[in-house]
Design a protein around this ligand. Structure first.
Ligand SMILES: Cc1ncc(COP(=O)(O)O)c(C=O)c1O
Length: 398
């Protein structure tokens, strides 16, 4: 899972040394807080990146039918042809172009897409520039594969939001990096690049010859426009630009573990090989549900985004009048990432919120440079849960 622990067992030493990259992997601080409230009905958990609604039936039923009909065998490593066709068709109106199916690879989640992409180009010791605050998994994934993450903090903008300083980005790329990773819209900030920003970043990655990994997992969660500007709309298909996406968020499918990559066509065979040694490809029967999500899911996505818009506004209204809190209404993703005056240890403060208010938030320090002093709240929840959480937190935030 992206944010949650796989199990709750206490850490024990391995019988023989592990790879150094594994020995030094840190547990996510989000998990550390999550464990405090795990299994407690009295805690409103808004710490992880998912809503509180299950996958809708119009997506689940075709998968169940395919499972029942015996689609239980090994399948194609990069996804069924009809799956990749559906992804190409789905992409066309969003990016203003229909990527060739040779450019599409289905993966076993967005997380799996990221590790598969890194496995394709990352050499031991390679530096990867990562725009932060950021979901910590990409940082750990780079470390796990022997690379060195170098984080570049977003600046605060006057409205309480975030902005990327292109001069700072250029200064970092100049020092020699193998790749640039950025999520737009971003988790946890909800910050998002506009078309002009995308063009500027592309001109820098071209100038310095670096791979660009664009995390577009939240591209449907935008509140001032229909969908987020995409690197895919501006990059040449042959360029070293790879966009990672996921079924998790827009269709309430976090537990399905399905994602996809849009990449230069020449990498299709490369991913085919790499996937063989990772998952050997996603389950065929699940793909029938995913196809239904793409082909019939637009009303559901619209509903989901509307629900998040209501959650976002409710949280904004609930927090904005607290004098210690600084926040902006984020243009994208489904998190409120707010700063609390006087909080210099957000991990300790998030634990206090669990114990004293019965509310679970993610500590800002989990998201790297620029995160300390903040808390992340996922507002992809019902208005009732959000209102109750705000009410409970008010005394500690006032
Ligand atoms: C920015 C970002 N990228 C990628 C992912 C991966 O999503 P999944 O592995 O569920 O497909 C997440 C999940 O929280 C995310 O927040």
């Amino acid at each position: 899972m992206p944010d949650k622990p796989h199990d709750d067992a206490p850490a024990q030493a391995a019988p023989l040394p592990l790879r150094p990259e594994v020995e030094t992997l840190e547990e996510s601080q989000i998990v550390e807080v999550w464990k405090l409230g795990f299994g407690r009905d009295d805690v409103i958990g808004l710490w992880v990146g998912e809503g509180d609604a299950p996958t809708p039936d119009f997506i689940s039923e075709p998968a169940i039918a395919a499972l029942r009909s015996g689609q239980t065998f090994y399948s194609m490593k990069r996804g069924l042809p009809e799956m990749r066709r559906a992804l190409a068709d789905y992409s066309a109106p969003l990016y203003g172009l229909r990527p060739d199916e040779a450019r599409i690879t289905l993966t076993q989640s967005g997380m799996n897409a990221m590790i598969v992409v890194l496995q394709a180009f990352l050499r031991p010791g390679d530096r990867v520039a990562i725009v932060s605050p950021i979901w910590p998994n990409i940082v750990s994934a780079v470390r796990l594969l022997g690379g060195e993450p170098v984080q570049l903090s977003l600046d605060h903008s006057p409205d309480g939001g975030f902005r990327l300083d292109m001069d700072k980005l250029e200064a970092l790329l100049k020092t020699g990096v193998r790749a640039l990773f950025m999520a737009t819209p971003g988790n946890p900030t909800g910050w998002m690049l506009d078309e002009q920003g995308i063009a500027e970043v592309l001109s820098l990655t071209r100038k310095y010859g670096v791979w660009l990994m664009a995390d577009e997992v939240y591209n449907r969660f935008t509140y001032e426009r229909l969908s987020a500007p995409s690197f895919l709309a501006q990059a040449d298909p042959e360029e070293p630009v790879i966009a990672v996406n996921s079924f998790s968020k827009a269709w309430a499918m976090t537990g399905w573990r399905l994602g996809w990559i849009v990449h230069p066509p020449v990498l299709g065979d490369v991913f085919d090989k790499i996937i063989e040694f990772n998952t050997s490809g996603p389950q065929a029967f699940l793909q029938h549900g995913a196809i239904a999500a793409l082909e019939q899911g637009e009303p559901f996505v619209a509903e989901m985004v509307e629900r998040c818009r209501r959650g976002r506004d409710l949280v904004y209204q609930g927090l904005a009048d607290l004098p210690r809190v600084t926040l902006a209404n984020p243009p994208g993703a489904f998190y409120s990432f707010f700063k609390v005056e006087g909080v210099d240890n957000s991990l300790a403060f998030a634990k206090r919120l669990v114990h004293e208010a019965g509310v679970g938030l993610a500590p800002g320090s989990a998201f790297g440079p620029g995160g300390e002093g903040h808390l992340r709240l996922c507002f992809a929840s019902s208005e009732a849960r959000l209102s109750e959480a705000l009410e409970r937190m008010r005394p500690l935030l006032s």
